[in-house]
Write a new protein. Structure first.
Length: 132
């Protein structure tokens, strides 16, 4: 049950912040920088599968270890490291294989993924602490 609560808390923070980032705060940046690569309408099925897998990874690698006694700071650091690795892998792969993918996009996206994943891990941790 604890894992499910952690998953829900992590998902709420991740979805909420990522929706705000992608639809309001950074949409102009991404359109300018990689607009030629973007679909007119996102593939929501693919995005949903990504979110299911990635949030499970955040819970497994960051939230659950923090709940074993390391505290919210551990969730934050482990989540941030996971975000840096995950988003870094994605961005470096795109930089090495796609025309029009820039270092600027890599840096902004990796920073975002690092912050987002750390924050989502803390959200999952805090929900378990509040409910349990």
């Amino acid at each position: 049950m604890e894992y499910l609560i952690a998953y829900v808390g992590t998902a709420i923070v991740f979805f909420g912040f990522d929706f705000l980032w992608l639809s309001k705060l950074a949409i102009g940046f991404y359109k300018r920088e990689i607009g030629g690569l973007m679909l007119a309408k996102p593939n929501f099925a693919a995005a949903g599968i990504f979110y299911l897998f990635y949030i499970a990874g955040i819970v497994y690698f960051a939230v659950m270890p923090a709940l074993s006694g390391d505290g919210w700071q551990s969730a934050l650091v482990s989540g941030a490291i996971l975000g840096f690795i995950g988003y870094g892998t994605y961005d470096m792969t795109n930089l090495s294989t796609l025309k029009g993918w820039s270092w600027k996009v890599c840096v902004i996206d990796i920073i975002w993924g690092t912050v987002l994943t750390g924050a989502a891990a803390v959200g999952g941790y805090w929900l378990v602490q509040a409910v349990a």
